[in-house]
Design a protein around this ligand. Structure first.
Ligand code: 5RP
Length: 221
């Protein structure tokens, strides 16, 4: 059983006609996008907003009608994956580099559903390096300030070059030993000039987490 697909498809069951739906980014969110495409073929009427260029492309391939992010004031349901989910429902996101638009859409959503397989669950965040999106002007200063918060930061690279986000920014991946207090860390990182957003999604933003298991079960937390 594909546990990511199971969780994603369970979340798609919650979508109703005439909703505005936020489409996440990543392999789990892609399963949701494909399933929404199937439901549209069967008559579901929705509009959607994508959180990345990649998700937009996939959504267009499966004939999901899209609204530009600029036209959105609120979203009924957003469905997105995560890199880590702690015992209190806080998340690390941004492994795919889409954290800024993902957070804008999640924050605007009446219901933000996180879909993961069991491997993403942890007691305390921090095994996955925390992605932080920064403007590209002064990365060395941002690295220094982030290091002062107790992590080992590195600029994300892809195929030997700096990874550039859909927004033209850079990502710094921050290796913390453990993130005991995500809310305080989020606040501290955002005080650094040049930081655009962090990959910490606090549990106050999360409506539910659907976990898929390889034995075919899903559990909603
Ligand atoms: C992208 C994300 C993804 O949701 C996260 O990386 C999980 O990806 P996947 O579903 O492929 O495991 O935050 O920025």
């Amino acid at each position: 059983m594909n546990a990511k697909k199971l969780a994603a498809e369970k979340a798609v069951e919650k979508i109703e006609d005439h909703m505005v739906v936020g489409l996440g980014t990543g392999s789990t969110a892609s399963h949701a996008i494909n399933k929404i495409g199937e439901r549209i073929k069967q008559g579901l009427v929705i509009k959607a907003v994508a959180t990345s260029v990649a998700s937009e492309k996939l959504a267009l391939e499966v004939n999901i009608p899209l609204l530009p992010l600029a036209a959105i004031e609120s979203v009924d349901i957003a469905i997105d994956g995560a890199d880590e989910v702690d015992a209190r429902g806080n998340l690390i996101k941004g492994g795919g580099g889409a954290l800024l638009r993902e957070k804008i859409v999640a924050f605007a959503s009446r219901r933000f559903i996180v879909v993961v397989d069991q491997s993403k669950l942890t007691d305390t965040l921090g095994s996955f390096p925390l992605p932080v999106e920064i403007v590209p002007f002064a990365p060395a200063l941002a690295l220094k300030q982030l290091r002062a918060l107790g992590c080992e930061p590195s600029i994300r690279k892809k195929e030997g070059k700096e990874f550039v986000t859909d927004n033209g920014n850079l990502i710094i991946d921050c290796r913390f030993a453990r993130i005991e207090d995500p809310a305080s860390l989020d606040t501290a990182i955002k005080k650094i000039p040049g930081v655009v957003e962090t990959g910490l999604f606090l549990n106050t933003m999360v409506s539910e987490v659907i976990v898929g298991y390889e034995n075919g079960e899903t559990v909603t937390r």
